[in-house]
Ligand binder design. Structure first.
Ligand SMILES: Cc1ncc(COP(=O)(O)O)c(C=O)c1O
Length: 364
């Protein structure tokens, strides 16, 4: 869709990346650390300063302890962390449960490792999880359950009742949980992010995956992290060593310096909430039916009142005729389920949002 947006000279609200500049200090420090000579391989687990900064962040935000040496590893974006976890633990015919609509990097990694994808559909329009369905899917063969909270694309966040169900399901099993929490610092309306790290019964079997791309508006730097108990981390590192070995050194230094100065991560949610509200209020004037957005930087909408086209075709039409690019939800389903829902990314500067709104107000 980004390519089509470019060809059509359309406002691109499709792919999930900010179109504004990240913090000037962070950008300056990237060059500074390179100039100072930090240009060679970093340690396999990541530089100590960054692992300590990640540990501090968990402590400040969630009152959770991860040991910087044995329980934290820096990765080349969340994507590499996810790929490495899946390939380290999935063997032929192992089953991995994912929830749809699902971010697109889980399934190929599972298949490449010889695993079998078991999908559970979250229920439109609220995208609640039917935990009975999950219970019925779990078997001796279940190796990993992948959670994505807050969820891309639906903007859904897990509630305490979901966590309780998950705890009950994995109790007395060897199931590993991969908790993709790349949007953990972006939740709205005072709703808290419930990291699985907070629950001892889950922490002992869980990999938390994070992304500085999302946290600091630098998706192109591709730096993320995984946290897990040391026994799981030892296995992760065996795969990480040959998957990538280590990641961009000056970027790790710049991020760790930046994080040392941040004591409160709430302003990130406030920043994105005002963008969400701005887009939401404007789109109320269109025939689009907006869905709930509790977290992430994606707002979704049903276009059924405008057209009965397939969602993918509607997105083509939106890009070509109205000059706004969005992503069809069917792209997040293995069987291309079409609920007539499309996703807009609001991590955009004011003028981009205004340009998109002006065009979308013409929708009929
Ligand atoms: C749910 C989810 N997980 C993982 C990623 C990948 O993050 P990164 O860019 O750090 O690899 C994304 C990026 O959009 C995402 O939305």
């Amino acid at each position: 869709m980004s390519l089509l947006a470019q060809q059509e000279n359309a406002v691109n609200l499709s792919q999930g990346f900010p179109d504004y500049q990240a913090d000037e200090n962070l950008i300056q420090d990237l060059g500074e650390f390179s100039k100072k000579g930090h240009n060679q391989y970093a340690p396999l687990s990541g530089i100590k300063e960054l692992r300590e900064a990640i540990s501090r962040k968990f402590n400040l935000q969630y009152q959770v302890d991860y040991h910087p040496d044995s329980e934290i590893n820096v990765t080349a974006g969340a994507t590499q962390g996810i790929f490495t976890i899946i390939s380290a633990f999935t063997e032929k015919d192992d089953e991995v449960i994912i929830f749809e609509p699902a971010y697109d990097c889980y399934e190929p990694a599972i298949i490449l490792s010889g695993g079998i994808v078991k999908n559970v559909k979250m229920l439109y329009p609220d995208y609640d999880i039917n935990w009975d369905e999950v219970k019925n899917l779990v078997s001796e063969k279940t190796k990993i359950i992948i959670i994505n909270n807050p969820n891309n694309p639906s903007g859904k966040i897990l509630k305490q009742k979901d966590i309780d169900e998950l705890i009950a399901i994995v109790k007395n099993t060897n199931i590993i949980i991969l908790s993709d929490e790349v949007y953990e610092s972006i939740t709205f309306d005072e709703k808290p992010h419930l990291t699985l790290a907070q629950y001892p019964e889950l922490r002992e079997r869980t990999f938390i995956v994070g992304s500085f791309g999302k946290l600091l508006h630098i998706t192109g730097w591709k730096i993320g992290y995984v946290c897990a108990p040391s026994d799981l981390m030892t296995e992760f590192r065996k795969a990480h060593q040959f998957n990538v070995f280590c990641v961009n050194t000056p970027a790790q230094f710049a991020i760790s310096k930046y994080l040392q100065k941040v004591d409160d991560f709430k302003p990130i949610s406030t920043f994105f909430q005002s963008k969400r509200d701005y887009l939401k209020n404007a789109l109320k004037e269109t025939p689009l039916q907006l869905l709930n957005c509790e977290g992430t930087y994606f707002l979704s909408a049903n276009f059924g009142a405008i057209s009965d086209m397939q969602d993918k075709d509607f997105c083509y039409r939106l890009t070509k005729e109205y000059k706004v690019a969005a992503i069809p939800f069917s792209a997040f389903y293995k069987d291309k389920t079409d609920e007539k829902v499309i996703r807009f990314c609001f991590a955009k500067k004011q003028e981009t949002l205004d340009a998109a709104i002006e065009k979308l107000l013409k929708l009929k």
